[in-house]
Design a protein around this ligand. Structure first.
Ligand code: SF4
Ligand code: SF4
Length: 208
């Protein structure tokens, strides 16, 4: 009787292919030789759930949920330490941010992750006027967990707020309208173009 060969799980390669297709820089993941230099170079890696090296290994092992629900890639500060040292020249920073964006689009990113919360509010804040309204952004972050939590946070930070007010770095009138970029249409066109370029890059990858 011949022993049957184990059937390889289609899930494994599927996730690597998904990353190559959907994640910026994802086509580089297969080049990682697991040397561990990035893990040893990342100033924050030891404090994360998964280092970049481990994430790349998990992608190749098909661990889709574990990777996309992790908050590790949201912690990347873009210091580029890993990139300059990687012997295979992987664009690690780009991949980390690409994975975070992909996890967000897939609805798998950890909801309470602070970097994610900040990124979403920052984008929403600036896309309306082309300028970041720091007062609205800050208050939005203070009050994101509810009114009482917001008041508590604002009270804790009152000395900094007053200091900024005295130094002329905080204008309460920014709460009602605020300054804006003159060319609003230009900003909207620029953001639409970015979206278009991203879609085109994705389509090119799929064709390839
Ligand atoms: S330094 Fe580069 S090759 Fe080495 S584990 Fe990290 S990504 Fe892979
Ligand atoms: S760019 Fe990100 S992943 Fe690379 S060393 Fe810096 S914090 Fe770590």
């Amino acid at each position: 009787m011949t022993a049957s060969m184990p059937t390889p799980s289609p899930y494994r390669g599927d996730f690597l292919r998904e990353v190559e297709r959907e994640v910026e820089g994802g086509e580089w993941v297969k080049m990682c030789m697991q040397c561990g230099v990035c893990a040893g170079s990342c100033p924050f890696g030891p404090h994360w759930e998964h280092t970049p090296q481990k994430i790349f290994m998990m992608i190749r092992a098909g661990k889709r949920d574990e990777v996309l629900t992790s908050d590790s890639m949201w912690m990347c500060t873009s210091c580029y330490n890993c990139v300059v040292r990687c012997p295979r020249k992987l664009p690690i920073t780009t991949i980390m941010h690409g994975l975070a964006s992909h996890a967000h689009r897939q609805g798998l990113a950890p909801k309470m992750q602070p970097t994610r919360a900040f990124s979403l509010r920052f984008y929403d804040n600036f896309k309306r006027t082309g300028r970041v309204n720091e007062l609205k952004l800050t208050l939005g972050l203070y009050f994101k967990d509810g009114f009482v939590a917001g008041l508590k946070k604002a009270w804790e930070m009152r000395h900094i707020g007053l200091g900024l007010l005295k130094a002329g770095r905080l204008n309460p009138l920014e709460l009602v309208g605020g300054h804006r970029c003159q060319d609003q249409k230009g900003i909207a066109a620029m953001l639409a173009k970015v979206e278009q370029i991203e879609q085109r890059a994705k389509a090119t990858k799929q064709e390839g």
